[in-house]
Structures are given as structure tokens and as C-alpha cells.
Design a protein around this ligand. Sequence first.
Ligand code: GLA
Ligand code: ZN
Length: 694
Amino acid sequence: MADKWKIEDEFLFGGDYNPDQWLDRPDVLEADLTLMKNAGISVVSLGIFAWSTLEPEEGKFEFDWMDRIIDNLHGAGVKVFLATPSGARPAWMAERYPEVLRVGPSGGRNLFGARHNHCFSSPVYREKVRIMNTRLAERYSSHPAVVLWHVSNEYSGDCHCELCQANFRAWLKERYKTLDALNKAWWTSFWSHTVTDWDQIHSPVPHGELSVHGLNLDWQKFTTHMTVDFMTHEVEALKSAGSDLPVTTNMMMVMEDKGMDPGLDNWKFREIMDYASWDSYPAWHMPGHKILIHGETPDEEADDYRRASEEAFHHDLYRSLCNGPFLLMESTPSRVNWQATSKGKRPGMNILAGMNAVSHGSNSVQYFQWRQGRGSFEKYHGAVVDQSGRDDTLVYRECAELGAMLKKIKPVAEAGYPARAALVYSWENRWALDDSQGPVNNDRKAYVETVRKHYYCLWKAGIPVDVISGEEDLSGYELVAAPMLYLTSRKQAENFRTYVEGGGNLLTTYNTGYVDETDLCFEGGSPGPLRDVLGLRVEDLDALHRNERIYLSMEEDYPVQDYYEIVRPEGAQVLARFRDPWHQDLPGFLVNSFGGGKAYHLAGRLDADSLYEVYQIIVSDREIRSNLDLVIEKSSELDIQIREKGDKVYLFVMNFSAREGSVVLKSTWNDFLEEGEAGDEWTLPPYGLKILTN
Ligand code: GLA
Ligand code: ZN
């Protein structure tokens, strides 16, 4: 038997394949194989929403069609990520067992419809999933084409049914042991909310309780817990049936209006996944459209550059999740169908977006979807093969070009990503902060935007970043930034302390260390357990009106918006002060020597350009290494990323701009795609890229 597939083996190229929509069209299924071969497709995700085809009636399983499809794919040299179909269940199941359907916050049970419409507590749903996963594993886990389990699809959402309420109470009991402890943690004597019986506890809902922050936070944590528990149940079924294939689930991050899906604490999934994967749908070429960073200085031609930074942030997060190469499980080769304006990609952008993922550690480029379906909700959604079924469309041809490139750069698949800095992103903090009623409310709290702005500064400075939870070993990082960590867990605080003591460089900001992991304020105020590490205490966190500004005076005066703090140094040295008509000389930017390291604190919110200048100070004072050390000069929208293995370095030079780009490197490199010397100076067309090696 061939060696077991590992993610480091090669780059995979492909996408979601739904032959179950075409079983009455053998000609189409046959054409798929030829089209796949010509596009260089090496993987498909199969069976994601195929439950009603796999089990059309309760207990009546039909696998013959899947046998044929998998055999044929194998014959064509295409690997299979086999899905468990739990992302959507068949109508017969909802009809016979209404408990599998979700109950919304209003208390009403959903009707059959849509997807993700199931209760993770339901014993019936769990049993049906167990049977299905067992059958799939028994039948396919030793098929040579099947290399990975694609468990479910974009887990999300919560359920408020009685089963879930009971599970929530049991989870709370396990956590707090006594009602007294729970009442203290939730500060329930406020508004007379003391709970005297576990059965009085109900999930947060609009017509009931929404104002107990500890309850809201625990419900979010519980929802993550239930989802992880459900996934564990799915994986156990696969393993008990004898499968030892690796496992992933495709995470969802970007929602058009939410910025980033807030629902599940992704860090809690790292234990049950062998490889991380995610679905990426950025809005390229949409000037000003919900760019979450840097909207302050609109420059339409530079929008794609900033969008690339947002994308890179997510790639770095998923690479960091399982600490190694990840899979770009979904993206669109052209357009989505759900943005207000679902724009197609300009020539070059599909290849560039795929290589952006690769340059940050993805070992696949996969699409939703291989072929457009003829009906229903996603018939207009981008696909490698559109309704015409042709292989000479712009999209198909650009995909084929990328497929060929990924074969060419195969050795890069076993190269790592040398992160120098780490950026903390915490879902628990986001939930608590979104819920808080503070000096600044509504969209201006902007945690996600703030983290992305910090990411942008590091990315623009050419510093490779891991995006982390803050509870990992930090000792290898030259800089750790933890912006706006309103909820600082004791574990994070301890971790930062050890890191700085041991010589590390930490950056924190306004609105840090207010509450602990149960959403209770730290006694003694902000920054709570970080007070001695930062060498300061915060007397007040104040708000500025939307258009009001004070200034941080450095070489120039940098505008401060939304938030600023009144900081009292307790050992920290003031590097820059605020210019503010009502307070004289308030500290705005400070540094504290603690153990062998330095803890920086920025006490007000800056726009991205100004924040970049602050990062430049830290980067040069602390001599943080940058990819730009390899560059003499480059145009501003060129991004440079590195993957490396031992002495072998692969340099990705990418032009995220509608303008031509140019670069002068300090030494000469070989062109990995064109083969031969690349020289040290050249220009790149709009959305062009080069991959170089030493
Ligand atoms: C998600 C889903 C896919 C598809 C795409 C459309 O990522 O996982 O099934 O609906 O969105 O963009
Ligand atoms: Zn439920």
C-alpha cells in the first residue's frame, strides 16, 4: 500500500464537487474527469451535502454512486477529501424526528429548511450522524483515493431547545459547582438577578435575559463547547469504524456585515483537528467596500493591498491554529453570489489570491465550487466550470494556469513559515467587549478592526506573524502584540509576564485588563494583572466623539480617535504624550523594563498610518527582523512573504495593486516559475507575482 498522504507532501488543487446533483447525467460526470485533468485538479471535497442521496429513506443507504465516483476520481489521479454530510439533513429526518431541528431564541422550533438547522444536543441527530459516519468510514477509509475527512461544513449557530437548556445547566454546574459561585461570578445581586435553583437558568434571549454579561459570555462558551463536543462525536464514529485518516473541518471567518464570524471560539477546535482549514471570500476590487482597516485615507488603487492584509491575517490565524501548513478549503475562482455587488476577479487576481494563501502556509488552493449547479441558491456562484461547461473561459484557463504552477513549486509544500512576531486574537475577548457597555459603544468598539489594523502594521513592515490566542508558548517571538485585550484571562496574563520577564517585547493598548475570564472587573482596575508588567495603572478610559480628536505628540502629532486613557506611570517611562486641551501632558505611549524584556503600552487609538509609525519605533528599538531586510527598495503595494526549509528560502513577491510594481533586491535570486536567474531588479504587472528561490 502506498504511504499515507500527509499535508506536507504536495500542493493540492481542486474544490467542492457535487456529483450527487448530476447523477442522471453520466455525460457530465465523464466530462468532469477530463476537465479536471486538464485543469490540473488533484483533490475534490466530496459528499458535503449529499445526505439525501446517501440515505434517501431512513435506513436505506445508497453508496453505489459514490463508489463509482471515487473509483473514477482515483483513476483520474484525483484525491478525495470525504465529507460527513451533517451540515444538512434530509427532509424525512426532520419530519419523523422534529427534535433534530433547531429552536430559535424566541422558543419556536424551526421548520425543515436551509442548512445548519440542527440541534447539537439531540440524541436522535447524534445517533443518525454516528450511523452515517460509521458507514462512510467502513466503506471508504481504506480507499486509496480518500486521504482526509472533511467533517461537516462550516459549523455554526446555537439552539435554544429544552435539551440544550439542560445541557447548558449541566455545563454550568460542572464549571461553578455551586450556585453561590455562579451568582458571584455573574454578579447577580445586580438588578436582583440572584439564581436560587439551577432550573431558573435560561439561555440569553431578547424576550428574557440579555443583561447579565457573565451569562451571555458563558452561553457563547457553551455553544463552542457543544459544537466541539458534536465534532468530537463525529470523529469518534469515524475512528471507531477503523479510520486513521486525518481530520479537518472547514472554519468560516469572513461574513460581509459582521467582519468576522463571531460565533465559535476557533482556538477550542485545535485539539480535534489534524489540519486546520478555512473558507476565504474576500471582496477584491471593491474600493471602500467594508475595508475594515485603514478606511481613513481612501486610495482606491490601494484597496486590494489592504484587502490582501486582511486575508493574510486569516491565513496566519489558521496556520497558527494547528501550528503548521493549513488548507484553503474554499474560495471562489471568480465571484461569490451573496455580496451586494459580487464582483469577478481581474486577470491575475485568482492566481495571486491563491498564492497569497500559499505564501502564508496553505498547502492547497480549493474552490467552492468545481461546477455550477443548474438550480437553486448558488447557481450564479463562481465555479471552475460554469453553465457553459467549457474549458476555454477566462476563469477555467486561469485556474488551469494556477494548477500548473502549484505542480511546479511542489518543494515549497514542505517548507515552513518563519513567524517573528505574534498577534493575539481572542474570541472570548471579542464576545465580552461586544457585550460591554463602555465609554465607546456600537461599531466603534471595533475589536476585529483594531486587531486587523495592528496586523496591517506588522504585515506592511514585512514582519511575519503568527495569530495566536495568547496562551501558547511565546518564547520564540521577537514581539507579541495584544491590542485591546479588555478580557485578559489569568492564563494570558501569566503567559505575558513570563514572556517579558524572559526578555520578550510586548505591546498592549487602551482598554486592556478590565475583566477576567468570567467578565468580572479586576479589583484595583485596569490593566489588572498586567499592572506591574506594564509599570502603570489606568485611572480612566475616556471616549472621544466620532469626529473629535486629541493628538499623540511624537515627531509629528498623530490623531487619536475614539478612546484614550488617563495613565499613571508606576515605573514605566513615557515615550510620548497626548496633546489635549483639557489635560496637560498625559502619557500616551510608554515602555516599562520588566525582567529582561520591555512592555510597551499605547494609551489611545490611532489610525493605521499613525499606528504604523508607533510600530516602527518598537521594531527599530528592538531590532525585530523583517522580510524587507532583503529589499533595497520596492513600490508600496508589493508584499513579500517567505517560506523556508533549512537554508532553502522561497520568496513570494506579490503585487496587490492595479498599478505596475517594482522591486530592487539586495541579492540575485532564481526565478522558480520561469526557471533561470531572476536578477535583482524588475517590474511586476498589476496583480503579478514572482516566486524566487536561492
Ligand atoms: C460557504 C459554504 C459553501 C458555499 C459558499 C458560498 O463557504 O461552505 O457551501 O455555500 O459558502 O460562498
Ligand atoms: Zn437544541
